[in-house]
Design a binder for this molecule. Structure first.
Ligand SMILES: O=P(O)(O)OC[C@H]1O[C@H](O[C@H]2O[C@H](CO)[C@@H](O)[C@H](O)[C@H]2O)[C@H](O)[C@@H](O)[C@@H]1O
Length: 263
């Protein structure tokens, strides 16, 4: 644990009612599985979040998943006070109310052209397409050589994104075509700001490249004098987060253990 991270955790524990916490879903609260449709939160996650929600100033799931899917797969439906910021902040779920904007311009064209792009890239049949309405994720985890399949797709998907006004969000054996304009850092910072001008401390936990923006939000808050802690749900697949984290825990079970120790 870094000294700054210890300061962040101490501040959260000393003044939990003004603390704001953000957690990624896949790989952080939910173990990684081969089929995205079968991912479910660690069994201890929802009970731990339900216990914590009334004790802290703000508690959010900040995820690339559609908000409704994260609520369903997480078992979060009954948790009062929990906010789910889905699709990198475009969608919001809170107390059973879901807010979803119209799909971005370009998404329909990207959807229509994607099969041709996969074919041009020689994508094997194990490549999976996850249509999330606001975004489309192309998964290679189930391919015999997932890294090779991902690299073959990278350039063509980047070109498709550029043609359709989208951006490519890379992740764990996934390249996602999604609208620009938000990321987990913007989503988490705006959630912190809406909870009040004087947070006692902030925490962001993640496992994947998209979570680096959440870490950057914690860094920016620290520079403004707000104690903060960056938690990495460790895996062999992504090392970039561990290098920037204050604390590395052992995957979703380690994150649930940390949740149980808060505030
Ligand atoms: O922001 P997150 O909650 O971490 O979501 C990021 C992406 O996670 C999902 O894909 C990842 O998890 C899958 C299930 O364990 C796994 O099969 C895949 O390889 C991972 O990349 C999800 O399917 C995507 O839509 C999310 O954007």
């Amino acid at each position: 644990m870094t000294a700054a991270g210890t300061g962040g955790l101490d501040a959260i524990r000393d003044h939990p009612a003004r603390a704001v916490l953000g957690f990624d879903f896949d790989g952080t609260l939910a173990p990684i599985v081969a089929d995205p449709a079968t991912a479910r939160a660690h069994p201890g996650a929802a009970p731990a979040l339900a216990r914590l929600a009334p004790l802290v100033g703000g508690l959010a799931i900040v995820t690339g998943r559609p908000a409704a899917i994260a609520v369903e797969y997480g078992g979060f439906a009954g948790i009062d006070g929990l906010v789910v910021l889905g699709q990198y902040g475009r969608e919001r779920w809170e107390s059973g109310t879901l807010t979803v904007p119209d799909p971005p311009p370009g998404m329909a064209e990207a959807r229509a052209k994607l099969p041709g792009v996969l074919s041009a890239a020689g994508a094997p049949p194990e490549v999976g397409v996850e249509d999330k309405g606001q975004a489309i994720a192309v998964h290679t985890r189930r391919c015999a050589e997932p890294e090779v399949a991902l690299e073959r797709l990278r350039g063509l998907l980047a070109a498709l994104a550029e043609r359709t006004g989208l951006v490519v969000e890379p992740g764990r054996y996934v390249l996602e075509l999604r609208p620009p304009g938000t990321d987990k850092g913007i989503a988490f910072r705006s959630f912190v700001d809406e909870r009040g001008a004087n947070p006692s401390g902030v925490l962001f936990a993640g496992d994947d490249l998209g979570d680096l923006a959440g870490f950057a939000a914690v860094d920016a808050l620290r520079e403004e004098g707000v104690p903060g802690v960056k938690v990495c749900s460790g895996s062999a697949e992504v090392t970039a987060l561990a290098e920037r984290a204050d604390l590395v825990v052992d995957g979703p079970s380690g994150v649930v253990e940390l949740l149980g120790s808060l505030p």
